[in-house]
Design a binder for this molecule. Structure first.
Ligand SMILES: *[C@@H]1O[C@H](CO)[C@@H](O)[C@H](O)[C@H]1NC(C)=O
Ligand SMILES: *[C@@H]1O[C@H](CO)[C@@H](O)[C@H](O)[C@H]1NC(C)=O
Ligand SMILES: *[C@@H]1O[C@H](CO)[C@@H](O)[C@H](O)[C@H]1NC(C)=O
Ligand SMILES: *[C@@H]1O[C@H](CO)[C@@H](O)[C@H](O)[C@H]1NC(C)=O
Ligand SMILES: *[C@@H]1O[C@H](CO)[C@@H](O)[C@H](O)[C@H]1NC(C)=O
Length: 628
């Protein structure tokens, strides 16, 4: 018994020690300044977090730097300034970094990791030993292309410095040549208690948001306390859209085209929901699914067609074929949804094949079809081999419409869902098990609720190394973004315009590195998706993505950042976490083709000419049938 108590005491002592070292004590070290500086130009955001810390103790101290950044962003720079010395993080191929890491471990040193947290953020953490009464400055830079969703861009800034900070400020500068339509500040930090700490200025094409709460204010906001602030500032905005063909920026050698046409009529849609009702959906998940479905059905238009399938080891149909979303039919569908109960195993293969069949048997001219699978688990009955399911599903869909997979909770094989969606021109989304899961489902549905175009091909003559140019569907509130390099910059190519053409001139010359970085960012993202999607012969994509990541200093799933510290200290290797690599609809392309026949493919032709880039549309589809 004595022995046990001794052990317990040691354990408790260890625990206390751990608590003492992990809770930063303001008396030990003081974050005397913390700046977050974000510059957004043409939807490309570069954010720099600068934290200055002083060791107040008479002895050296391990000082931590811990921040959360958007999952969608790539870290591109990290440095520490200690006592007149600079320590720069270096981006290396993951394997090479790993070797360094292994060497460090074998020398008895530990290495840092970036771990995934939350729905939209991931954590960056490092620490360094600072001598008595010395200071350290941490500086982290990350970059992201903001995505337009539901008619707006959102820049999320997470502030959690771990203690109240005397000199704390956030500055966001936005510059959009097209003009800023509206700008709002939201998020948990945008509360009454902090209202006077926020300044917002906004001119035609520039906006500035400044946030500088006092130390006292940092303790009183929601989810803030003696430990200081912990919350988000979310800058929400949209740009003006005067030209139908969007907004093109170019600078020596590179261009970026943002395309989000206005005033298009909606296309009637055929939507089929394939809903998992296996035993694991029991309880709140099933209830939230029912609520979300009923809400979604209320939103369907009379010209839409609906299919609803539920599955466990058996398949149940609301109707054996697609039916029009008339009032009576929707009432019947809602009743069916109310009666969905959980039971049994998970036959994903058969359920998705049946969903695809519903959409394939009666193609409707001029409509857009969408297949949505919701599941919370792995296939457990019927065909369970993931490769075979993927191949069956691909065959059944045959490129005719996109498949969206919603993975409910963390028991799903999310990578399997991602692969299956990407192979069928859709995307996968995780639905987090939480009180707002029904809202997450509804929000996802809203993003794809209003198809405006199907089968869009962007053609850039004189452009090369283009990012994705084929998009199966374009939805209201989203945006198509294409970037590339310009080969024919000479103006020698002749350009013909038809009467119905719309032209758009490139506006504003930005710094070259900026356009180039947008291009690199998009190219790497899309190569990584391709890599996930292809089962073989993907070495070339990997090589390209790695080369670009290294060239542009991006910490991606293929690279890591090696942080070398003052002598005698651990080298750290920082990875981008794998789980939670989110794919939003805009990212992987809004995805794929409906059975309306090749003649209705929308082609947007863009020509580089002199210093301008001209685009016009396939007159037949765009200009005539849609008063474009
Ligand atoms: C923030 O960035 C802007 C634009 O890049 C720069 O002018 C400004 O000095 C920066 N502010 C701080 C505090 O670093
Ligand atoms: C697209 O969304 C905008 C608002 O975001 C709305 O005004 C417009 O009517 C929508 N278009 C269609 C076809 O639903
Ligand atoms: C761009 O395309 C050209 C061929 O058109 C190719 O030689 C070059 O390697 C490409 N550059 C990059 C960075 O992919
Ligand atoms: C894009 O669509 C066009 C027209 O259907 C097709 O010819 C081309 O191969 C597609 N490109 C890609 C990369 O899928
Ligand atoms: C560009 O223009 C120069 C002179 O005007 C000409 O010599 C060259 O061949 C042109 N290049 C291309 C690719 O057309």
């Amino acid at each position: 018994a004595t022995m046990k108590r001794a052990l317990l005491q040691i354990a408790l002592f260890g625990l206390l020690l751990a608590l003492v070292t992990t809770l930063p004590n303001k008396d030990d070290w003081d974050i005397y300044s913390f700046y977050i500086n974000s510059t957004v130009t043409s939807r490309y955001a570069t954010t720099i977090i600068t934290s200055r810390v002083a060791n107040r103790m008479d002895e050296s101290k391990e000082i931590e730097f811990q921040v959360q950044i958007p999952k969608n962003a790539f870290i591109s720079k990290f440095r520490m300034f200690i006592d007149g010395q600079v320590f720069d993080g270096v981006v290396k191929a993951k394997e090479e970094a790993q070797q360094q890491y292994t060497a460090a471990v074998s020398r008895g040193q530990s290495a840092g990791l970036v771990s995934s947290v939350g729905r939209t953020l991931e954590k960056f953490k490092t620490s360094v030993n600072v001598a008595a009464h010395k200071k350290v400055t941490f500086e982290l830079t990350y970059e992201e292309l903001l995505k337009r969703m539901l008619g707006k861009y959102e820049l999320q800034i997470h502030a959690h410095p771990m203690q109240p900070v005397k000199d704390f400020k956030v500055d966001v500068y936005i510059h959009e040549n097209a003009g800023i339509n509206f700008i709002e500040v939201k998020g948990g930090l945008s509360t009454k208690a902090l209202a006077n700490a926020i300044t917002k200025r906004h001119s035609k094409n520039k906006a500035w948001v400044h946030f500088s709460p006092t130390e006292d204010q940092q303790k009183i906001c929601d989810s803030c306390g003696e430990q200081g602030m912990n919350g988000d500032l979310v800058i929400v905005y949209d740009v003006n859209r005067y030209t139908l063909l969007g907004d093109i920026k170019r600078s020596d050698g590179y261009f970026v085209h943002h395309f989000a046409p206005l005033n298009l009529p909606r296309i009637p849609k055929n939507v089929v929901f394939v809903i998992d009702r296996s035993g694991s959906m029991h309880g709140r998940k099933m209830e939230q699914t029912r609520i979300a479905l009923i809400h979604i059905f209320n939103d369907l238009a009379e010209e839409d067609y609906l299919g609803l399938i539920t599955f466990d080891s058996d398949i149940s149909y609301w109707k054996r074929e697609l039916v029009q979303a008339s009032k009576e039919n929707l009432e019947s569908a809602k009743n069916f949804a109310r009666g969905i109960t959980d039971r049994g195993a998970t036959d994903i293969n058969e359920a998705v094949l049946q969903g695809a069949r519903l959409l394939s048997v009666h193609p409707r001219e001029g409509s857009a079809s969408i297949l949505i699978l919701l599941t919370d688990g792995d296939p457990t009955t019927g065909v369970t081999n993931l490769e075979i399911i993927q191949s069956n599903v691909k065959k059944a869909i045959a490129g005719k419409f996109p498949l969206y997979c919603l993975g409910f909770g963390f028991d799903v094989n999310f990578e399997f869902l991602e692969k299956m969606s990407l192979k069928n021109s859709g995307v996968a989304r995780r639905i987090y098990e939480d009180s707002d899961a029904d809202l997450q489902l509804k929000d996802f549905y809203e993003e794809v609720a209003t198809p405006l175009l199907t089968d869009v091909t962007m053609v850039y003559i004189g452009g090369t190394n283009l990012t994705k140019t084929n998009f199966s569907q374009y939805y209201n509130g989203s945006e198509i973004v294409v970037a590339g390099q310009i080969t024919d910059n000479n103006g020698t190519r002749s350009v013909t315009f038809s009467d119905t053409s719309t032209t758009v001139e490139s506006t504003g010359i930005m710094s070259e590195s900026h356009m180039q970085r947008v291009w690199a960012y998009l190219t790497v993202k899309q190569l990584l998706e391709k890599e996930l999607m292809l089962s073989e012969s993907k070495e070339e994509e990997m090589k390209k993505a790695l080369a670009l990541s290294l060239k542009y200093n991006f910490v991606t799933p293929l690279t890591s950042m090696v942080v070398t510290k003052p002598q005698g200290e651990n080298t750290e290797v920082l990875h981008k976490p794998k789980e939670g690599v989110a794919h939003d609809p805009q990212d992987s392309g809004l995805l794929i083709r409906h059975a309306v026949g090749a003649s209705s493919r929308t082609k947007i032709h863009c020509y580089m000419y002199n210093t301008f880039l001209y685009c016009f549309t396939n007159a037949k589809y765009f200009c005539k049938s849609h008063t474009f």
